[in-house]
Design a protein around this ligand. Structure first.
Ligand code: FMN
Length: 203
């Protein structure tokens, strides 16, 4: 194998240090027991559009987040979804080139594309897939928040052009529903409360 020398070895060492630092940070947060309960997670979650660049997300965390997505409720338990995990920088750039509102992917560590499979609902419970995929997407946001990551849900479905463009990039037959950017937040938008009594009818 070729030796990595000179400036490349310095850059590689810095990169490895940075990744180790971020992973250690996440571990520290966990060891402090800063795990939130569901209501706290929902209250504090915000869309994150600026991430610490170059951080790699441990695979076990990605799997836990995907499991949360797959645990979402779905009409007749049809689970009309599949998920594409993108860590490849060129693919992330390609998504940025076809979707006008995903510039946060520049610094995000990765994206999860939630894709719908409406055909699995034929003859059972047609057309519920947007609700099901929405529930799966929200589970991704909440599971990631609890694990200490930031996310941003970016809509794809029902914009036909975006669906087609994202589908071509990720090479699936299913219907891209949402792009979820994911990474370690490099901004901390304040939690906000939206409880509005005018939106509630008590009977
Ligand atoms: C269906 C849907 C599509 C969205 N699309 C985008 C998007 O393309 N780009 C983006 O930056 N944010 C997108 N968002 C995030 C919203 O802008 C954000 O959730 C909203 O402003 C509320 O802010 P919060 O998530 O910080 O509470 C989307 C959210 C949803 C639910």
């Amino acid at each position: 194998m070729e030796q990595i020398t000179g400036i490349w070895s310095v850059l590689l060492r810095d990169y490895v240090k940075k990744v180790e630092f971020e992973i250690a940070n996440i571990e520290k947060i966990r060891q402090k027991g800063v795990f939130m309960n569901t209501i706290e997670t929902i209250r504090s979650r915000r869309s994150i559009r600026k991430y610490k660049a170059g951080v790699m997300i441990p695979k076990e965390d990605i799997k836990q987040i995907l499991e949360a997505a797959m645990m979402a409720p779905s009409a007749c338990n049809t689970r009309p979804w599949e998920f594409v995990v993108i860590e490849n920088r060129e693919k992330l750039d390609a998504i940025m080139a076809v979707h006008p509102y995903v510039s946060m992917l520049r610094t995000a560590s990765m994206a999860i594309i939630v894709c719908a499979k409406p055909e699995v609902q034929h003859g059972i419970c047609l057309e519920y897939f947007p609700q099901d995929c929405g529930a799966a997407t929200q589970n991704i946001l909440l599971a990631a928040a609890e694990l200490g990551y930031g996310t941003c849900w970016c809509g794809v479905y029902p914009q036909e052009e975006r669906i087609e463009a994202v589908r071509n990039i990720i090479g699936v037959e299913s219907t891209p529903f949402a792009v979820v950017a994911l990474g370690v937040a490099d901004e901390a938008p304040a939690a906000r409360g939206y409880y509005d009594e005018n939106r509630v009818k008590w009977l």
